[in-house]
Design a protein around this ligand. Structure first.
Ligand code: ISE
Length: 370
């Protein structure tokens, strides 16, 4: 492989929908030491249009050809989850570092297979895109926890709210696509695996699409019996809100408050209270030009792109730095992708049965020899 210490890392971005296009923009505009040389999307015209705007960039129709291309050193997968397994295996085969947006794969068995294949290679090549670990507030919280400021962590309360989700979103996706972030945050902050999951479904939001169980309350217990609860509500009609409170032996901390707001409401409520006015006119810029969707007296961001924009920049910059340094990964890896898939599988069973479900995971040391 090319020595990347003194040259730009050549990146292929596969999948240039909302997330992939956002990564292309950040690499092109803000990330140091990397260039996008190849883009790919199953909507060929979208990839071609994007490639035409970036000097030296080509669109390649087949994702596996894009991975194998000699002008590509590393790969970002922002493709749909069901395609990840094959694409990750191709990256491992080619020995190319890969940043894979969640889910790593769509089930625990295939995720485990990926972990095994990477372990057989004896080289870490896979990073999984759990961006919250790179958010300044989560990082600071993690550092305070590691510095023992709160003593032993006992409990966490999490809130994860989205203004809306696409029509294809079903109740299981609330677990696999949204609550999965709290799964990773829990494992990151508590530094242990989740042992059981329960999902409570209170009466659904009458404005949620028919049949969508929203909100959902998830309860995790860790292997040592610590408690985490999550309110996940993806059709609030308000804005993007992610908050975490941790409680320890000596104190507690709360992040994601948008500076301590109290009242959360739609920015431009309509007479019928649906907020359709604000949605149809789209998020409004505030005085400094940042897009906002809700108000409390300050502004609340409309989506994860704005809320975690800084975290994505840090994530990708640190990943590129790790690639150039030859370590390839600086953040959550294949094991974290597998653990998240295993907890989500238990979560979906918990949603279907109403029971407390044990997470079924193999022993890490049996694979990684850790
Ligand atoms: C989406 O895929 C994300 O990853 C967002 O961070 C999350 O808030 C949202 O619920 C998911 O659908």
């Amino acid at each position: 492989m090319t020595d990347l210490r003194n040259t730009d890392v050549r990146v292929a971005v596969l999948g240039v929908g909302m997330m992939g296009a956002d990564h292309v923009a950040r690499i092109t505009e803000r990330i140091k030491g990397a260039t996008v040389t190849v883009v790919n999307d199953y909507v060929t015209a979208k990839a071609e249009e994007l490639a035409a705007t970036i000097p030296g960039c080509r669109a390649i129709n087949d994702p596996l050809d894009a991975i194998a291309d000699p002008d590509v050193d590393v790969v970002i997968l922002a493709t749909p989850g069901p395609t990840h397994e094959k694409q990750l295996l191709a990256c491992l085969e080619a020995g190319k570092p890969v940043m894979c947006e969640k889910p790593m794969t769509t089930d625990a068995a295939t995720s485990l297979e990926i972990v095994r294949r990477e372990a057989e290679l004896g080289r870490k090549l896979i990073q999984v895109g759990f961006m919250r670990r790179f958010d300044a507030e989560y990082e600071r919280l993690k550092n305070l926890i590691d510095d023992d400021v709160f003593g032993r962590l006992l409990v966490a309360h999490c809130v994860h709210r989205n203004p809306a989700v696409p029509p294809s979103f079903d109740s299981a996706m609330i677990v696999k696509d949204s609550i999965v972030h709290e799964v990773d945050v829990t494992r990151f902050l508590f530094d242990e695996e989740i042992a059981t999951v329960q999902i409570i479904t209170p009466g659904s939001n009458p404005r949620a699409p028919q049949g969508l169980k929203d909100p959902q309350i998830a309860i995790f217990t860790t292997e040592s019996g610590r408690h985490i609860d999550v309110e996940c509500f993806v059709t609030t009609g308000v804005a993007y809100e992610v908050r975490t409170e941790i409680v320890g032996e000596y104190g507690s901390a709360f992040i994601g408050l948008d500076q301590g707001g109290v009242i959360r409401k739609q920015r431009n409520p309509t007479q019928d209270g649906t907020g359709a006015g604000s949605r149809s006119s789209g998020p409004n810029p505030n005085s400094d030009g940042r897009k906002v969707a809700g108000i409390w007296g300050g502004d609340i961001t409309p989506s994860f792109v704005e809320r975690f924009g800084g975290a994505y920049d840090t994530e990708i910059q640190r990943w590129i730095n790790a690639v150039r340094a030859g370590t390839n990964v600086d953040g959550p890896g294949a094991w974290d992708g597998y653990a998240a898939a295993a907890v989500c599988a238990a979560g979906v069973r918990a949603l279907e049965t109403g029971e407390i479900v044990a997470v079924d995971m193999v022993d890490r040391a049996s694979i990684e020899g850790a």
